[in-house]
Design a protein around this ligand. Structure first.
Ligand code: C2G
Length: 133
């Protein structure tokens, strides 16, 4: 049973590892599409803090992850699902309902997000730490 999921995974945190571990537990293999720097810029209006190469390196080092690839467009989900012969698409519930049209090609499951942690919040907190110098 091959699971596929997608994300930016910028400034990697515990919410990311939680969803990847829970996704893996639903099957036997976990394939992860890492949003490209350009996709992130077009989606969120800024480039990620970590480069796509570093984000792919970090996620591929996790024991629950079997394979990573670059996600170049949100519109290519069907192609990635078919290319990698995934049986189930797993996403966090911030995407609830958004990929239901993929049910034509595989199972689709949304998992609850880990509360109180996000890349955006970490960036804000770090930005406001006063310097000692
Ligand atoms: N996530 C989570 N809990 C958090 C933060 C994130 O479960 N506290 C999950 C998200 O729901 C998502 C995954 O971690 O499933 C990756 O989150 P992001 O890096 O924010 O990914 P995103 O920018 O939403 O990209 O094609 C879809 C996109 O590539 C998803």
């Amino acid at each position: 049973m091959r699971i596929i999921t997608f994300g930016t995974f910028d400034v990697f945190h515990v919410g990311h590892v939680n969803i990847l571990e829970r996704a893996k537990s639903l099957g036997t293999e976990l394939y992860v599409g890492i949003s490209s720097d350009e996709l992130n810029n077009s989606k969120k209006g800024r480039y990620p803090i970590y480069s796509q190469e570093d984000r792919m390196h970090i996620v591929s080092a996790l024991s629950c992850v079997d394979f990573v690839f670059l996600e170049e467009s949100l519109e290519l989900k069907k192609d990635y699902i078919q290319q990698y012969q995934a049986n189930m698409l797993v996403m966090g519930d911030d995407w609830q309902g958004k990929f239901d049209d993929m049910k034509l090609y595989c199972e689709v499951k949304y998992l609850p997000r880990t509360p109180s942690v996000s890349t955006t919040e970490i960036i804000e907190v770090v930005r406001h730490i006063p310097s000692n110098e």
